[in-house]
Write a protein of this length. Structure first.
Lengths: 111, 114
């Protein structure tokens, strides 16, 4: 059964304190792993897509990496505005492009 | 680019009435759109896949007669919650598929059924 697990469920950081979020997946025939950011009461905002093991992508203070079983979202020197829920979602649906969403990591960055 | 809108953002209705939610891709055409619902502190649950000009594909356990989906154009999909009941209260989010695989999400619609 295709599954995705994110850890930790919640993470509290001080401003400038770097850390990583984990997304573990068991998806056969992966066709891309997506990272989204979701603020309270809003829809998810697209961050990255990773397609193959070893691939990395960066955007400002965020860097996403991918292995055959995991993806990491590294946050370098976070700021309070980085506080949000971060969702990972493997594309398991092939041509249907269905995503399985993890339950997310709620990140709080304190000034 | 890749902006998706939803209307309304919030709706309160009485039990037994029907509610329509619109999802529009503003700056691109989307053959495929998706509808999700999200409960508090839970992740997104896919309800159905909406394809322009054809019938929607519903996920297991989702009542197609209760959640009517219409995708009449390449920029608009609608979700109608028929005979809504309090248990239908939730946060409904749509997404539109851009290019081959990236979903861009709308801001969501908070439905409260009294």
């Amino acid at each position: 059964e295709d599954q995705v697990t994110q850890s930790p469920e919640a993470l509290r950081l001080q401003e400038g304190e770097s850390s990583s979020l984990n997304c573990s997946y068991t998806v056969s025939g992966l066709r891309g792993l997506f990272w989204y950011r979701q603020d309270p009461g809003k829809g998810p905002e697209f961050l990255f897509t990773l397609y193959s093991a070893g691939e990395e992508k960066e955007k400002e203070r965020l860097k996403a990496t991918l292995t055959k079983k995991e993806s990491f979202l590294h946050i370098t020197a976070p700021k309070p505005e980085d506080s949000a829920t971060y969702l990972c979602a493997p594309n398991y649906g092939g041509a249907t492009n269905k995503l399985i969403f993890g339950t997310g990591t709620l990140l709080a960055v304190q000034p | 680019g890749a902006v998706v809108s939803q209307h309304p953002s919030r709706v309160i209705c009485k039990s037994g009435t029907s509610v329509k939610i619109e999802c529009r891709s503003l700056d691109f055409q989307a053959t495929t759109m998706f509808w999700y619902r999200q409960f508090p502190k839970k992740s997104l649950m896919l309800m159905a896949t909406s394809n322009e000009g054809s019938k929607a594909t519903y996920e297991q356990g989702v009542e197609k007669d209760k959640f009517l989906i219409n995708h009449a154009s390449l920029t608009l999909s609608t979700l109608t919650v028929t005979s809504a009941h309090p248990e239908d209260s939730s946060f409904y989010i749509c997404s539109a598929l851009l290019a081959s695989d990236t979903q861009y999400f709308g801001p969501g619609t908070r439905l409260t059924v009294l």
